[in-house]
Design a protein around this ligand. Structure first.
Ligand code: 5GP
Ligand code: ZN
Length: 114
């Protein structure tokens, strides 16, 4: 998708502080962290929300979570805990319409979230 910031990060047109990448996914530090650890996990293919992924491409979802698993282990987040967030659409406050999983850690979290 031409004007998508995360597609530009994937293509290397915008720099990002990468923590993990493989052939399907990329994980990088959020530019405006909301916790001491704030990592975004994205897929190389562009979809705005999980409900937009076609039936024959749904392996995208396990690929994303496989990378989340690798990152939380690699970054030592398991013992203290972490939060995963996926926003979609206006009411969620989604800013970038390219599916991403937020990994938040390093502080106590509130529930319910704001
Ligand atoms: P959303 O609100 O769409 O769920 O989250 C988008 C996230 O992307 C925000 O936390 C925002 O700080 C982050 N973000 C937006 N632009 C950039 C960028 O150019 N680089 C990085 N690393 N993060 C970005
Ligand atoms: Zn995109």
């Amino acid at each position: 998708m031409e004007n998508c910031i995360f597609c530009k990060i994937i293509k290397g047109e915008i720099p990002a502080n990468k923590v993990f990448e493989d052939e399907h996914t990329l994980a990088f530090n959020d530019i405006n962290p909301q916790a001491p650890v704030h990592i975004l996990v994205i897929q190389r293919e562009h979809y705005a929300g999980v409900h937009e992924i076609p039936g024959d491409s749904r392996d995208i979802i396990p690929q994303l979570f496989s990378t989340v698993t690798k990152v939380v282990v690699q970054e030592g987040l398991v013992e203290a805990g972490y939060r995963l967030v996926i926003n979609f659409g206006k009411s969620s406050g989604q800013e970038v319409p390219h599916i991403h999983i937020h990994i938040l850690a390093g502080r106590s979290m509130q529930w319910p979230p704001g």
